[in-house]
Design a protein around this ligand. Structure first.
Ligand code: ADP
Length: 194
């Protein structure tokens, strides 16, 4: 199964995505994690990405598409993957559709976690203190939320038109949210919701 996981920063996207990938037995690909790893390794790509990430801006489409597509075409993703934080722009979504189609694969469902903004800010501020993430400070958080609204929200329309979007209320405990996610999954591989 191929699943895209969308949600604003602080929505619990990473946590739920990890759990869902394990549940479905598919590879979990987080572009945020991949870019942070490249930054730590000090590769030219990682350093270029970091100059955007650390400010709360999106990394360039071409760079992220290359990283993600190279990875999703590896053999361990042949049965599917859970994409966490990708696509984040219409251009990325179009590139993903094209590459999957060439490989005779397609997206089954796009899950979007919804959480209100005050809750997002308070969750991100406490994560910043706990995990020491450079981009979890008030100014950068506000920019990431604004970037999400401006660049990622338009993806909703794209996936609604494809009848693939499933919205999930992200308020409540981790278990409550996870149960809601399971409820919107397509019943069988290859079948789509909506
Ligand atoms: P969050 O959604 O909580 O901000 P992520 O770990 O998903 O965290 O992403 C962190 C940063 O990595 C983003 O703010 C952005 O700079 C970069 N990034 C991750 N995925 C993408 C993507 N698909 N396109 C562009 N930039 C990305």
């Amino acid at each position: 199964m191929h699943v895209v996981f969308m949600g604003p920063p602080g929505s619990g996207k990473g946590t739920q995505a990890t759990r869902l990938a394990r549940h479905l037995g598919i590879v979990h690909l987080s572009t945020g994690d991949m870019l942070r790893q490249a930054k730590r390794a000090g590769t030219p790509l990682g350093l270029e990405a970091a100059s955007y990430m650390d400010q709360g801006h999106l990394a360039p489409d071409a760079l992220v598409v290359q990283v993600l597509i190279d990875r999703i075409l590896e053999p361990d993703c042949a049965n599917g993957a859970l994409l966490d934080g990708f696509p984040r722009t219409i251009k990325q979504a179009v590139a993903l559709d094209e590459h999957l189609q060439q490989a005779d694969r397609r997206l089954d469902v796009v899950i979007e976690l919804e959480v209100d903004e005050d809750e997002l800010i308070s969750r991100l501020m406490s994560r910043g203190e706990r995990d020491n993430r450079v981009d979890d400070n008030l100014e950068t958080i506000r920019r990431r939320l604004e970037v999400y609204q401006r660049q990622t929200t338009p993806l909703r329309g794209y996936y609604v038109n494809q009848h693939r979007l499933a919205k999930v209320d992200g308020a409540g405990t981790m278990d409550e949210v996870f149960d809601r996610i399971l409820a919107v999954l397509p019943e069988k591989e290859g079948q789509c919701v909506g």
